[in-house]
Design a protein around this ligand. Structure first.
Ligand code: SF4
Ligand code: SF4
Length: 557
């Protein structure tokens, strides 16, 4: 009943009767559709793991197909018939036509090997169901809480299989599919693999190498969480899968290094510029490529000699008139690009805020989460929640600059730290641009500086809060003109693009909708990219320099 349509004029009456039928059968349902063409998508909610549910399904389908026929409509109004609806074709068309379908199909496919059972000679629609009374999955003890979905397996089963994650040209979901056009690399493909692992169809369950291969190209962009109509959160499912998989098979050294990037960065900054010279030398790149699988064509991020917090401590503090804000100095701002933190501090102070850096904060844990070190990530999350909670309790805003770090605090912590304080902290976390737009009009005086800026948003930002504020804030200076590139994922996704086996797919993901646009842009056009890895990806594949928007904005003050 997911795809019924009737003549437009009859739609209101049809909807009334559908609702009445669902009530009569005791079925709760959701409805949406395309009224202009008489199409109603019906999403009945009941369990097919229960034999009564399967009986109810049959009863509902028979009654609905009769009703649709009575209105002169069709069971497949927008999508194909597939195995689910082909059975009703015999009801919709005359026996002569149905026979003609069979003859045509047989003429082109005498052995019946192409899409068997679809349209011609269909099985009953309640045969071969994905779920049935014998479908059983073991309870999985998880690191993340999946209580919102009802459990890990329920979170996997949220995928309804409609295939919206196979879109190719708009949005961000699903970058690996857009680059490969392979079903296996859709959100749905991954959900199916996880479901098969849980149901025992794939041996070794969550320790399966096959499932690892299917999950491998997920860039953990969180786009499915926002764009999939069932909100399948594959990034979170992948983190959980990796934790189980690597507990069984061990964590590779490369994952350990990427996960511990905060500690490496602290050391790198202390040893800069020597560390940069070593990191950028051809020999080191060869070494990392050969022994760790970190692609030598990548240029590793440079370390700053002076960490951001040292600059912050050494400057003359400004007492604000508009209250205090906590600035969350993430690893990349602290050790790689302190200029972003400096710009953010100047902007906030000029706007009248007193900026505070909290002591004892640690890495947000995103690199550990991303590589499946969830117990380590939880320790970091707990520490940050403890450190930030007193500020959050006072209602002080916690400002993030790097979307993947801010999203760890505002999104991942909620399911990683079983403590009401984590919610309090999450509520106070906001990206700088969202904060400035929320607080506008700002008490800022702008210079005459003119800039034309192209903005590329970060995937986590797009999924959780949207990119409108980045564009809006960059359009505040009167001589700035900012516009957003309709790009999807850049393809870097943290450490993903550095990994040798992902280099080409990383390029392919960003090529069409990001690199091609930037390559066309005039030399004097500024590129603003909110994410650290996006900026590196842009530099590596286009040779263009992208900056965090705050670095550009501060030039107008
Ligand atoms: S992952 Fe989401 S968009 Fe893709 S098929 Fe499943 S429910 Fe549909
Ligand atoms: S997180 Fe991104 S890459 Fe992974 S399945 Fe979802 S949309 Fe695809």
């Amino acid at each position: 009943v997911e795809d019924t349509s009737v003549p437009v004029a009859k739609l209101p009456d049809y909807i009334r009767r559908v609702v009445a039928l669902m009530e009569e059968l005791g079925i709760e349902a959701e409805y949406y559709g395309h009224a202009s063409v008489g199409l109603l998508h019906i999403r009945p909610i009941f369990s097919l793991k229960d034999p009564e549910g399967i009986k109810l399904l049959r009863q509902m389908e028979e009654r609905m197909s009769d009703m649709v026929l009575e209105y002169g409509g069709a069971m497949s109004g927008e999508h194909g018939d597939g195995l689910a609806r082909s059975e009703w074709i015999a009801k919709m068309f005359s026996p002569e036509l149905v026979e003609a379908f069979v003859e045509v199909k047989d003429a082109f496919d005498p052995q019946g090997i192409m899409n068997p059972g679809k349209i011609t000679r269909p099985p009953r629609m309640d045969e071969n169901l994905r779920y049935h009374e014998d479908y059983q999955t073991p309870q999985v003890e998880t690191f993340f809480s999946f209580s919102e979905a009802g459990g890990f397996q329920e979170a996997v089963e949220m995928c309804s299989g409609v295939g919206h994650c196979r879109k190719k040209l708009v949005g961000t979901m699903c970058p690996s599919y857009m680059a490969t056009l392979d079903e296996e690399h859709t959100t749905r493909g991954r959900a199916n693999a996880l479901r098969a692992a849980l149901a025992g169809t794939l041996p070794d369950g969550l320790h399966s190498h096959e499932v690892h291969r299917v999950m491998d190209l997920c860039l953990e962009c969180k786009a499915c969480k926002a764009e999939c109509h069932s909100s399948v959160d594959m990034a979170k499912l992948k983190y959980e899968f990796l934790a189980h998989y690597h507990r069984e098979h061990g964590y590779p050294l490369r994952s350990r290094l990427f996960a511990d990037i905060a500690r490496i960065s602290r050391l790198g900054s202390a040893l800069a510029p020597l560390s940069n010279w070593i990191g950028h030398s051809g020999f080191t790149r060869w070494l990392l490529d050969t022994f760790l699988g970190i692609d030598r064509r990548r240029r590793l991020p440079a370390f700053a000699r002076q960490p951001f917090s040292r600059w912050f401590a050494g400057r003359r503090p400004v007492r604000g008139t508009k209250g205090r804000v906590v600035l969350f100095n993430d690893t990349f701002v602290e050790y790689n690009e302190p200029a972003i933190g400096m710009a953010a501090t100047i902007i906030l102070e000029r706007a009248g805020y007193e900026v505070v850096l909290v002591e004892n904060k640690v890495c947000c844990g995103r690199p550990f989460i991303s590589k499946g070190f969830l117990d380590r990530a939880r320790v970091l999350a707990q520490r940050n929640v403890e450190t930030l909670a007193p500020w959050a309790e006072e209602g002080v805003t916690i400002i993030g600059l790097e979307p993947s770090c801010a999203s760890a605090l505002s999104d991942d912590y909620l399911d990683l730290v079983d403590d009401p304080q984590s919610r309090r902290v999450a509520e106070q976390v906001i990206l700088l641009e969202d904060f400035l737009v929320r607080e506008a009009p700002l008490d800022l005086e702008f210079a005459q500086t003119a800039r034309h800026i192209l903005v590329h948003g970060h995937c986590h930002q797009k999924a959780l809060t949207g990119t409108a504020a980045t564009v809006a804030v960059l359009n505040m200076p009167p001589h700035f003109c900012a516009e957003e590139i309709p790009s999807g994922c850049c393809g870097m996704a943290g450490s993903f693009g550095y990994e040798k086996e992902h280099f080409e797919i990383s390029r392919a993901v960003g090529q069409e909708r990001l690199f091609a646009v930037l390559e066309e842009a005039a030399e004097d056009v500024e590129i603003a990219a909110v994410g650290t890895s996006c900026r590196h990806q842009i530099a590596d594949f286009t040779g263009r320099r992208a900056r965090h928007w705050a670095e550009i904005f501060v030039e107008a003050l």
